[in-house]
Design a binder for this molecule. Structure first.
Ligand code: AMP
Ligand code: ZN
Length: 116
């Protein structure tokens, strides 16, 4: 199914047209809490520019992918108690439901000091 960029929910969040609980941002990436968290920590990190999935992002803007991973790692360091997962569902059969590249930062345990 084709989704036009003007309908992309994560482009709208980046543009401030849809509210999101923002966690952090960098020049190229934005992080916000997942609206339906599946772990005690569940943050999404997205490139500010639209790419359909992480594979497209890797080929068309590898610096933005590194930036996304670095921002996600900092968030995990601030909020998770040591261990975390960074996952990218790629393609609908793999569970991708929003076709704007995004990494899920998830962790089973939060830092005591996390304001999450
Ligand atoms: P995926 O299934 O890997 O494409 O992940 C998409 C994620 O985006 C899901 O975990 C949704 O809960 C989350 N999501 C969808 N819409 C929003 C939104 N408006 N704000 C925050 N998270 C969202
Ligand atoms: Zn988008």
């Amino acid at each position: 199914m084709e989704v036009s960029l003007s309908d992309c929910v994560f482009c709208k969040i980046v543009a401030g047209q849809i509210p999101a609980k923002k966690v952090a941002e960098s020049e190229k990436s934005l992080a916000f809490f997942d609206v339906s968290p599946r772990q005690p920590l569940h943050v999404l990190v997205v490139p500010k520019n639209h790419h359909d999935n992480v594979a497209d992002l890797a080929f068309s803007d590898p610096e933005a992918l590194v930036d996304l991973i670095q921002l996600g790692s900092k968030i995990a360091n601030d909020h998770a108690a040591g261990s975390f997962r960074l996952t990218f569902n790629t393609g609908s059969d793999a569970g991708q439901t929003v076709f704007h590249a995004h990494g899920h930062i998830t962790s089973k345990s939060l830092k005591e000091t996390s304001g999450n």
